[in-house]
Design a protein. Structure first.
Length: 378
């Protein structure tokens, strides 16, 4: 038998092998027909050598073009695309462009991305803050709202409409929001008035371009109302406010707090959660906030932390409890960057979280793909 070497790109993930695969020592590793389901399996094979029977290889190539690895969907790419398309759509609304269908299509993409890998979707909020703020904030809020809605076991259709409401909640002030984002000297009376009016004006703008769904419009109209009646624009109280408006409101508040501004640092994620819980005792639905914290954890995904070992890393997934997430260390205890991220369980005493850090305290460049693999490719 004449063996020929193949590479990782010669294997199609999720499809049966076209040939038997042998290692460097000539021993059979996998039989033809075996389905390789992950890049980790391929990498393990590469370490042992990838050889096939030359005759089998030639026969497979004669039957059809040689196959390549199927690219895995990327949550980061989906979210980036939605951010860009949302900005373009929102800035160019006319009654002729079927805005309702396009906003719903974008909402579905955010739902798909969040369901595909919720950890990566949440990670984008803190680790992927590039691009236009106004569109990014709406997409980030949609991710959080989707997770809360899913925890409440809402239907997929309702979740899509909740996401659509998040994407369009600030529609009437998107352009001005960029200007307000850069202000460092406080809001002028006309700026404050713009903010107070935006729920009603966003609803009116959506109706003008063909959105007639009462629930969608109602959720936007009430997303700045407070439990105690101090919100706007209608001073509604507790039971008068739709639950989905409350979900959108909590997601909106959290994402606004953890985003950096030109005139102030972003809040640390755990401090943002505490601020919403403690500072909003009379203004937010505490049952929903408790659920929200349970879903995000005390240290939300994307949070930078220092461990008791002295290592510095980033929270990448939930752990056994809300206070003990899994962390990937990026910097060793002596301050040197690690060759590759190392997963740490913060339940263990040596790897317990000592403190939370701002991003600018972590002097290392890395990609989300290094933490989560291809599903976080940019």
């Amino acid at each position: 038998m004449s063996n020929k070497r193949i590479s990782m790109s010669d294997i199609v993930l999720g499809q049966p092998l076209q040939w038997d695969i042998y290692g460097n020592d000539g021993n059979l590793l996998l039989r033809r027909g075996f389905v390789v389901s992950s890049t980790n399996q391929v990498e393990t094979l590469i370490e042992r050598g990838l050889y096939v029977d030359g005759n089998q290889l030639d026969q497979a190539r004669d039957k059809k073009p040689f196959l390549k690895v199927v690219e895995q969907p990327s949550v980061v790419r989906i979210i980036t695309q939605v951010r860009n398309e949302l900005r373009t759509l929102s800035y160019n609304l006319t009654p002729e462009i079927q805005a309702r269908e396009k906003f719903l299509a974008l909402a579905k993409q955010v739902v798909i991305a969040t369901f595909l890998d919720a950890d990566v979707a949440l990670g984008c909020i803190l680790l992927h803050q590039e691009g236009n703020y106004s569109a990014r904030h709406c997409v980030d809020s949609a991710v959080v709202a989707i997770l809360i809605a899913r925890a409440l076991k809402k239907t997929e259709e309702e979740i899509i409409f909740i996401a659509a409401a998040c994407l369009t909640m600030n529609l009437s002030m998107l352009r001005q929001q960029e200007r307000l984002q850069e202000k460092s000297d406080g809001l002028l009376p006309e700026d404050q008035e713009l903010i107070f009016r935006h729920p009603q004006e966003s609803v009116q703008q959506l109706m003008t371009v063909g959105v007639k769904d009462e629930h969608w419009l109602t959720w936007i109209l009430h997303h700045h109302e407070n439990e105690d009646g101090t919100g706007y624009p209608l001073k509604k109280k507790s039971a008068e406010i739709p639950q989905n408006s409350k979900i959108i409101s909590i997601a909106d508040r959290y994402c606004a707090r953890v985003c950096s501004r030109s005139y102030r640092k972003s809040m640390l994620p755990n401090a943002a959660l505490r601020d919403i819980l403690i500072g909003g005792k009379t203004t937010v639905d505490l049952m929903l906030v408790t659920l929200f914290i349970r879903e995000l954890g005390t240290y939300p995904i994307g949070t930078f932390v220092k461990l008791e070992s002295g290592e510095i890393g980033v929270v990448t997934s939930k752990g056994a409890t809300t206070t003990t997430p899994n962390v990937h260390s990026l910097i060793g205890p002596r301050g040197a960057p690690l060759l590759a991220p190392i997963k740490r369980d913060t339940q263990k005493t040596l790897h317990a979280i000592r403190e939370v850090l701002h991003r600018d305290q972590v002097q290392i460049r890395f990609s989300m793909r290094q933490l989560w693999g291809d599903v976080a490719s940019q």
